[in-house]
Design a protein around this ligand. Structure first.
Ligand code: PLP
Length: 448
């Protein structure tokens, strides 16, 4: 075991050091060589060190270098050193975090991390929270709490009786709602299409002047950080309007909620703290290893009512039992990575991470604009949308950028326009990474 883990640490260190010089997307050749991992299920045991060697030799070259500083696809953070190290140690611990008796250390880390997160994200001091796999599951978890609350108010016990015959619940979303929230609506039984859609402006923000009249059990889903533009729905107006009618407001803040942690960006989340529930990711802007998301609910009892797990054989302590606040029972120690990330950054380090990545996004936008390309969004956060001409030309540039390998950016369609999307979300990105990537994109676009 000892030699194996030491060898693994060396391999991992070599891998990370190599990211500086390698192309971001793997070569076709590296991907094709993955077939050597296959074959029939082995009849007998294999040496652990050989197994690891095979995984590294074939697997590492076929990774996407998203742990490095020049990956700008989707919204992707890297792993902070302390978070990655904590993740390794917690892997060795192999704790089941379902109940405090199964892991006192992780039960404690969850409570501390929740306190620090509520502080960093400007959420109400007493709100409840659960550690989940990502924002999709965080949306699911918070929407289940919302479903419980709005139906309990009209005398319906949805956990006991389900949705068959329940009073109808109106669900309101913006036109630019994230696909994962729509998926979560399907999972909680509201239906992906059974929604009232509010029109948005050119940045994807719900229009406060176009909010419909409300009546009956209602859940309003708003966004902190549109995945394309980074824009925020007008939370102050929406929360006031929704709460006047007794509606529940849920915030999908997968990455945008972290703007609260940077003083110069915190104005963007104004009013978000007035909502009733929030979903966010730790594996995006907090830069902890996958998978790691968080659901918060203003009234912890609503979360507990939706998620509670009861059975005679289960150990129940007097304190917070994690399994009453998440969809899962057996879970890994996500709180260890999050605690380590927050402790190693501190308030100022977290603010710097958010601010620095936003500044790099602005540098990309300014550089591309100066080179004659069109920026389609108001760059107030970490997302940049750039068009290199018409859709066909922009798609050609995106493909060429990905193939050239200096950096990696994805494509999108923003309100009818094909665009390349640059998301700066990693602690590992340096000013030099930005300049190298910008120069490569401009060179490639000019050649296309
Ligand atoms: C606004 C928003 N919500 C939800 C998600 C889904 O996050 P995850 O992939 O962590 O489930 C994303 C991912 O980019 C997002 O940007």
């Amino acid at each position: 075991m000892e030699e194996l883990l030491r060898d693994t640490a060396e391999r991992a260190t070599r891998y990370l050091a190599g990211l500086e010089d390698r192309r971001v997307a793997p070569t076709m050749d590296a991907v094709q060589r993955l077939t050597a991992l296959a074959g029939p299920f082995p009849d007998g045991p294999a040496d652990a060190a050989d197994t690891l060697t095979l995984l590294d030799d074939l697997g590492s070259p076929a990774t996407v270098a998203s742990a490095g500083g020049r990956y700008f696809g989707f919204v992707t953070g890297g792993s902070l050193p302390a978070a990655l190290a904590a993740n390794w140690l917690a892997g060795a611990w192999d704790q089941n975090c379902a109940f405090a008796v199964m892991s006192p250390v992780v039960a404690t880390l969850e409570e501390i991390a929740l306190d620090w997160l509520r502080d960093a994200l400007h959420l109400p001091a007493g709100c409840g929270g659960g550690f989940v796999t990502g924002a999709t599951m965080a949306n699911f978890t918070a929407l289940a709490a919302a479903r419980h609350a709005v139906l309990a108010r009209v005398g319906w016990d949805v956990e006991a009786d389900g949705l068959f015959g329940a009073p109808p619940v109106t669900v309101i979303v913006g036109e630019e709602v994230h696909a994962s929230l729509v998926k979560a609506l399907g999972l909680v039984g509201f239906g992906r299409n059974r929604v009232v859609t509010v029109p948005v402006d050119g940045q994807g923000r719900m229009r406060a002047d176009a909010l419909p009249p409300l009546s009956g059990p209602t859940i309003v889903c708003i966004q902190a950080g549109n995945v394309n533009t980074g824009a925020f729905d007008p939370a102050e107006e929406i929360c006031a309007w929704a709460h006047d009618a007794g509606a529940w407001v849920h915030v999908d803040g997968a990455f945008g909620l972290w703007a609260a942690a940077a003083p110069a960006r915190a104005h963007l989340v104004a009013g978000m703290g007035e909502a009733d529930s929030w979903a966010t990711d730790a594996h995006k802007w907090l830069n902890v290893p996958y998978d790691s998301g968080l659901a918060f609910v203003r009234d912890p009892e609503m979360l507990r009512a939706a998620m509670t797990l009861t059975a005679a054989y289960l150990q129940q302590g007097d304190g917070r039992e994690a399994s009453h606040y998440t969809p899962e029972s057996s879970r890994r120690a996500r709180a260890a990575d999050i605690w380590a990330a927050l402790r190693s950054l501190g308030r100022s380090g977290l603010a710097d991470l958010i601010e620095r990545t936003c500044r790099y996004a602005t540098r990309f936008a300014d550089g591309l604009q100066a080179a004659g390309y069109e920026i389609l969004n108001a760059v107030e956060l970490n997302q940049v949308l750039v068009a290199f001409g018409d859709g066909e030309r922009t798609r050609r540039v995106i493909a060429a950028v990905q193939a050239e390998g200096t950096c990696w950016c994805g494509g999108t369609v923003w309100q009818g326009r094909t665009a390349m999307r640059i998301s700066v979300s990693s602690w590992a990105t340096t000013a030099d990474d930005v300049e190298r990537s910008l120069a490569a994109i401009i060179r490639i676009a000019r050649a296309a």
